[in-house]
Design a protein around this ligand. Sequence first.
Ligand SMILES: C[S@@+](CC[C@H](N)C(=O)[O-])C[C@H]1O[C@@H](n2cnc3c(N)ncnc32)[C@H](O)[C@@H]1O
Length: 220
Amino acid sequence: MDTPDKIKSYDKYKRSSYESYNFKMPKIYDDLFWIKIFKVDAWDQEVLAQLGDSLSSIRVLDVGCATGRLLCRLAEAGVKNLCGTDLAANILDVARKKFSSFDVIADLITADAEEKLPWPDDTFDYVTLTGVFHHFYQPQKALQEIHRVLKTGGRFILIDPWFPPVIRQLLNFYLLFFPHDGDCKFRSPKGLLKLLDSARLSKLRLNRVAKTAYMIVSEK
Ligand SMILES: C[S@@+](CC[C@H](N)C(=O)[O-])C[C@H]1O[C@@H](n2cnc3c(N)ncnc32)[C@H](O)[C@@H]1O
């Protein structure tokens, strides 16, 4: 499959995300060393802890769901109404295969979260975004879409890697020239709080997760 024209003419980060996650990652993503180093299992536990007790009645969208790693955890925990989206069609096929052995139907649709999420306004009780925000070149556009598909009172759960400030700045400088696997910019928790606030998300709560990441939970 060729890179869609829209991405070809778009930013170098999105093209790099697409090429990496559509062609290289589908076979190797779940076994990547960073999944272990960043203790991503602990991220999933934190997400689950935010979802309350009525798991079977909530509707959750995971943006940038890749191989469906988090969605499968949510299904195992009892969430029945699951949706996922990713820029890369081939990696979503891996998620589809995993879901064929579950008693849950997950609605998985290829889309660019910085353009349009393929669901109507006010659809979801929760939107999750784990390890994806640093891929966004135009984060305000993605936040606008996430806000649109959340129900009023619905929650947005964002987790992204945390680095000491000097390391983060050096990494971001490197990424200006080399968009490694589509990584664009790692934000400081403070900077991200400002962005979420300007996207009309409220009741912002910031936590560190497993010393490797931070989580911000907000509400529409
Ligand atoms: C580092 S992976 C994280 C995957 C998953 N959320 C997890 O926690 O394991 C980043 C994912 O975001 C997807 N992605 C990057 N930019 C995107 C965009 N603009 N819209 C939708 N998905 C995007 C990539 O294709 C990739 O699957």
